[in-house]
Ligand binder design. Structure first.
Ligand code: NAD
Length: 496
């Protein structure tokens, strides 16, 4: 059986300990993954620190050329990488290709780094004195990423970190680790020097070693909220810069003036796409006033139409969940919702796919009359379950969204500009869609939620990514003419 190895200093490195990697569509173990700890992290830091000496001195145009070459390789290998992701994650190959394209956009942003990294200059701030600023890389930085986007989420981090002159250690999810090694190989082919991009596989041991290693300057984390809080606390206590993105419970609010067919179509795709395993998945539909009955009717029809099957089969829209534990958790949550008084309009439990009876499948579930007190509303289920909460007014819907501890994404379906404006100004959420169900920002904006969806204060990629992976310097310069007398004063300098 194949063992997925670490990638340190430009070469694969085996690990003594390993864990199983499953094919979620068959339920079978298909590979082993190395489990790293303090020794592997230390080896990666040593390689990355050594590589930093030359990489941080390389020219902007050299770094940009590597990014252009890397981008081209991502285009050429999109299908292959999509299949690697689908086989370990379970999502459809087309959906996996979609995440590669969205991740590639961050590489494209990094290709334009020469423009983004320009500093500013102020002439004659005082007589004979000018000021300019510029930004420099931090050193060795690390990224810890979740299973649900094994290509895209790391791509939110490493292109910007590397293009700004840092060296990078990726600790991907142990559930779908192969994409990380494939990307390492593409970087090598793109001409990236050894040691600039490294991969250490594993779980908590590898993470803990990263959080406390004195040679790592900054940690980017994306995953569930409890781990985001843990990472933020531990790494900031160790003096590191941290960005930590957490979980979500995203509400799509539907007003009575919305086109219900359009809204239901988009909410269905947002709820059940990637089996609901997206941090921007729609997990709650908030039906306002008269919208409710009509909306539920269309949502039910559309949920029953979703084509579920293995991610590499043609025509399939939704694959299995990532693990058996996830399948059981989601199916139990549907049962708990029913016991707590929700109406199970569509029950996805117990779905069997011919020829894939041991796969981790569950069908789309639709729950009506869910209230804010029920577990199905409070918990991030991270599966194909859409809960409908009924309220009377838009203001009540906004209050519901704001009372939720998460604040990643939200959407409003309406024909009213006034309602859309009120909604976007009042909701305490970081990413908002108006008639757009999954409002993931483009790479030249930054991605990040509010409240428990983002711990600390640093969103990811775009301008915030540049800021995160660099430190500013401000230089005040005077070039007096030869023999020119400039009196030095004992009072604090002012700029007259
Ligand atoms: P997770 O928190 O279980 O794992 C994330 C990373 O942390 C993995 O690399 C994992 O190995 C590591 N980890 C897990 N348990 C740990 C522990 N006890 N100590 C130290 N490290 C640990 O998340 P997941 O299940 O892989 O991914 C799904 C979660 O990620 C969901 O909550 C989802 O909302 C969230 N997510 C958020 C965003 C966002 O942008 N806000 C994007 C994608 C996913």
């Amino acid at each position: 059986m194949k063992t997925i190895q670490h990638w340190i200093n430009g070469s694969p490195v085996p690990g003594a300990l390993t864990a199983a990697v499953f094919n979620p569509a068959t339920g079978a173990e298909q590979a082993r993954v190395a489990l790293g700890g303090a020794a592997e992290v230390d080896a990666a830091v040593t390689a990355a620190a050594h590589a930093f000496e030359a990489w941080s001195e390389s020219s902007l145009s050299r770094r940009t050329q590597v990014m252009f070459a890397f981008r081209q390789l991502l285009v050429e290998h999109e299908e292959e990488l999509g299949r690697i992701i689908s086989a370990e994650h379970g999502k459809t190959v087309d959906d996996a290709r979609g995440e590669i394209v969205r991740g590639r956009e961050v590489v494209e942003y990094a290709c334009g780094l020469g423009d983004v990294l320009k500093g500013s200059f102020s002439d004659q701030v005082s007589r004979g004195v000018d000021v300019h600023n510029f930004r420099q890389p931090l050193g060795v930085v690390a990224g810890i990423t979740p299973f649900n986007f094994p290509a895209m989420v790391p791509l939110w981090m490493h292109p910007i970190a590397i293009a700004t002159g840092n060296t990078f250690i990726l600790k991907p999810s142990e559930r779908d680790p192969s994409a990380a090694d494939f990307v390492a190989e593409l970087y090598r082919k793109a001409g990236l020097p050894d040691g600039v991009f490294n991969v250490v596989h594993g779980g908590k041991d590898a993470v803990d070693a990263i959080l406390t290693h004195a040679g790592i300057q900054a940690v980017s984390f994306v995953g569930s909220t409890p781990i985001a809080k843990y990472v933020h606390e531990k790494a900031t206590a160790a003096g590191k810069r941290v960005q930590a993105l957490g979980g979500a419970k995203n509400h799509a609010v539907v007003l009575p003036d919305a086109d219900l067919e359009f809204a239901a179509d988009h909410i269905t795709a947002g709820a059940y796409g990637s089996a609901g395993e997206r941090c921007m998945a729609v997990s709650v539909a908030v039906a306002v006033g008269d919208a409710a009955d009509g909306l539920v009717e269309v949502l039910e029809r559309k949920a029953r139409e979703v084509k579920v099957g293995p991610g590499d089969a043609p025509g399939v829209e939704m694959g299995p969940l990532v693990t058996k534990a996830a399948q059981e958790r989601v199916e139990n949550a549907v049962g708990t919702a029913a016991a707590q008084g929700a109406t199970v309009v569509v029950d996805g439990r117990g779905l069997k796919i011919d020829g894939h009876e041991d796969g981790f499948f569950t069908g789309p579930s639709l729950l009506d009359h869910v209230t804010a007190e029920m577990d199905a509303y409070k918990e991030e289920l991270f599966g194909p379950v859409l809960a409908i909460v009924r309220v009377d007014t838009l203001d009540e819907a906004i209050d519901l969204v704001n009372a939720n501890p998460y604040g990643n994404g939200t959407a409003l379906f309406t024909a009213s500009g006034e309602a859309a404006r009120r909604f976007q100004r009042k909701v305490r959420v970081g990413m908002i869609g108006v008639n757009v169900p999954v409002p993931v920002p483009m790479s030249y904006y930054s991605f990040g939620g509010w409240k428990d969806s983002l711990i600390g204060d640093s969103p990811i990629h775009g301008p915030e990514g540049i800021r995160f992976y660099t430190r500013p310097k401000v230089v005040t310069t005077r070039w007096p003419q030869p023999k020119q007398q400039v009196a030095a004063g004992f009072t604090f300098p002012t700029s007259n």
